[in-house]
Design a protein. Structure first.
Length: 169
């Protein structure tokens, strides 16, 4: 991942569940912060069911990173957007696929260093709302995490590669 970053390339981390994709993704952000002085902002989009694990890994391995968990629920969303998701006040925005749709406008205002998509198979339909929205964010680097990279037909694989390298695919 460091080589990909140094070459300005995006990538896919693909392996079976439980083999460390989350910690590897956290580690590249820690590396950028510690060795390249790039603290963010980074956007991590993950299923709601994995949010607690992401928080646990960030807390354990990168306690120096300021992580904002963007919850799309109306009663907390406005406060997070107004008081926490402010340039210079956070390093990582951890959010869900649902929140990408609901909070698209405020999230689109940032120039993200890294955009990490967990369970990236959700982008294999190029016409889905989340796939269309995720392609519109300004990002320097993109990283996809998936357990099913080659269980796709050619069009689905093209959609994943197009997300990573739109100028090539």
């Amino acid at each position: 991942m460091i080589s990909l970053n140094d070459l300005g390339l995006n990538g896919i981390l693909a392996d079976d569940m439980g083999l460390g994709k989350t910690i590897q993704a956290v580690s590249i952000l820690a590396y950028l912060s510690e060795f390249k002085n790039i603290s963010g902002p980074h956007l991590v989009v993950a299923p709601k069911s994995t949010m607690s694990n992401w928080i646990k890994e960030f807390t354990k391995w990168t306690p120096f990173m300021r992580v904002v968990q963007l919850n799309p629920k109306l009663e907390v969303r406005e406060d997070i957007l107004k008081n926490q998701l402010v340039e210079g006040k956070f390093d990582v925005c951890l959010t869900t696929f649902e929140a990408i749709s609901i909070c698209f406008g405020p999230l689109k205002k940032f120039n993200w260093q890294y955009m990490i998509i967990d369970e990236a198979h959700k982008l294999k339909n190029k016409d889905s709302k989340i796939s269309i929205a995720s392609r519109q964010f300004s990002t320097k680097n993109r990283l996809m995490l998936t357990g099913t990279p080659l269980q796709n037909n050619l069009l689905e694989l093209w959609s994943l590669l197009n997300f990573l390298m739109p100028s090539v695919f």
